[in-house]
Write a protein that binds this ligand. Structure first.
Ligand SMILES: [Zn+2]
Ligand SMILES: [Zn+2]
Length: 491
């Protein structure tokens, strides 16, 4: 009999006799302890085996991918939720181990307080921050609590993609470990914790002007879909900035597999298909010098919830943009409802979607292309997917958009007339916002264009985005002017 069929039959057998969880079931691993939890159909674990399984999974994920080097500074992005808080607990566990199995990187924590974009009051935000502070202080790691309002103080350098020297950024993993062990032998008397705690703690203050600016930015976005997308982008920029300022070269995100399955599907719906591999993969190298890693991607949200409850991992519930929103309020929200409902009926839904994400790869841009900022999206810093054939869906969309633009221009003419006749005296009746939209669009990937399209006015965007847009536009203008003197790529 062929193997496939055998497997299939084996599966059927299991399906037929799904054991009903009873109080006195034994652990499938040690066969001794009483099972307290059933992870998959037939996997019942006792308390201590579950703990071991959970810890092993984290270390296996890091071990398999080998991207975090000894003594590297790693920033843990903690949102207060169960997934990122259990990631924090795994790092604490790993660092406190005995020498051979010890994690050897230097962690820091970052929390982005997005309450200003979600309409939370100052008191509510402060309460959440106080709760998080007490969790962070206990870890002994340096931490940063950064209000989202800080995006209005970001420098343009955040958006400039850095191509790190491949030799420096990617030395052999084994070599790095060996060197670390040699160095550690020399410095055994020095307290390793002292190096970690030297960093200062950033204060969570923001100015009233920035608070207003953030409010008008988010009220300018017309749909919840666009708001969520913008919030995600701005949060990424802030994390990246703090990481660079404090020389963290990795950022750990707590996205679990349930979360990533939703992200994968909603990103397809949002037109981000071209960036799927870096948006959902284990490591995301789009920023060059700072690499994003997702070590929690093998855990389901059910496992995480069980672990947090059993081993008292503290977490803080912080309402987000869509907390009280209805199921159909945004594409992201709708996808989440869809996946969760499907998972309830067909328990392998999430893992099937998630396994797909593992198989995705992007075509690596050539060296010269990667170094050119114009070839990356201004907002999400992914490779631009808008340079495609004329016979593509994207071009068809552009053509129909240009057609409708002609009508809009007619409207602008009316607006001009309104200025001439001074009917409203405001000087423009919103007519002057179209050119700004158009300028910005050419610098964005398809999906970010859709988000900007849902904005009433791009003037509300933080200065660092607009300044960098202006710089890139000037640069491409200049390039066009001198283009006849330049050699073609193929020559
Ligand atoms: Zn057991
Ligand atoms: Zn983009």
């Amino acid at each position: 009999m062929c193997e496939v069929e055998e497997d299939y039959n084996g599966l059927e057998c299991k399906q037929e006799k799904i054991p009903v969880p009873t109080l006195n079931r034994k652990c499938m691993k040690c066969k001794e302890g009483t099972a307290v939890l059933i992870i998959r159909v037939s996997d019942a674990f006792c308390r201590s085996c579950f703990k071991e399984y959970f810890i092993h999974k984290f270390r296996a994920m890091l071990g398999k991918n080998r991207v975090i080097f000894p003594q590297e500074k790693v920033l843990l992005a903690v949102s207060g939720g169960a997934a990122s808080c259990s990631m924090l607990s795994q790092v604490i566990e790993g660092l406190s181990r005995d020498a051979p199995k010890k994690l050897r990187f230097m962690p820091g924590i970052i929390y982005i307080d997005d309450g200003g974009a979600c309409g939370r009051s100052q008191e509510e935000r402060q309460r959440s921050i106080d709760q998080l502070k007490s969790i962070f202080t206990q870890t002994g790691f340096p931490y940063f609590i950064v209000p989202l309002e800080q995006v209005f103080a970001l420098p343009t350098s955040v958006l400039v993609p850095v191509t790190s020297d491949p030799d420096l950024s990617n030395p052999s993993y084994k070599h790095a470990v060996d060197q670390y062990i040699r160095e550690e032998q020399k410095l055994t008397e020095e307290d390793p914790a002292s190096a970690v705690t030297r960093l200062s703690v950033e204060d969570s203050a923001y100015s009233p002007e920035h608070k207003l600016a953030l409010e008008s930015l988010f009220s300018s976005l017309k749909t919840l879909t666009a708001k969520e997308d913008m919030l995600h982008t701005l949060r990424q920029h802030l994390i990246l900035h703090v990481a660079r300022e404090n020389s963290f070269s990795k950022v750990m995100m707590g996205e679990n597999c349930s979360r990533l399955a939703v992200k994968l599907l909603s990103n397809i719906a949002l037109g981000r298909g071209a960036a799927l591999a870096s948006d959902t993969g284990f490591s995301d190298p789009r920023f060059g010098d700072v690499v994003i890693v997702r070590p929690m991607r093998d855990y389901s949200s059910k496992e995480i919830a069980a672990y947090c409850r059993m081993f008292h991992v503290p977490s803080v519930f912080i309402p987000g943009l869509d907390t009280k929103a209805q199921d159909k309020a945004s594409i992201q929200r709708l996808t989440e409802t869809f996946v969760t409902n499907l998972q309830a009926e067909f328990p392998s839904t999430v893992s099937t979607i998630y396994r797909t994400s593992e198989k995705l790869h992007t075509v690596k841009p050539s060296e010269s292309q990667a170094a050119e900022p114009a070839s990356k999206c201004l907002l999400c810093v992914c490779a631009l997917d808008t340079d495609v054939d004329k016979a593509s869906a994207f071009h068809a969309t552009l053509v129909s958009e240009q057609l409708s633009q002609i009508k809009l221009q007619d409207v602008s003419h009316d607006a001009l007339r309104c200025v001439e006749t001074q009917c409203c005296g405001t000087g423009g009746c919103s007519s002057n916002r179209f050119p700004a939209h158009q300028d910005l669009k050419t610098l964005l990937c398809y999906s970010c264009r859709l988000t900007i399209k849902d904005m009433e006015s791009v003037d509300t965007l933080p200065a660092y985005i607009m300044t960098e847009a202006e710089r890139r536009r000037k640069r491409s203008l200049m390039k066009m002017e001198i283009s006849e003197y330049l050699l073609e790529d193929g020559d």
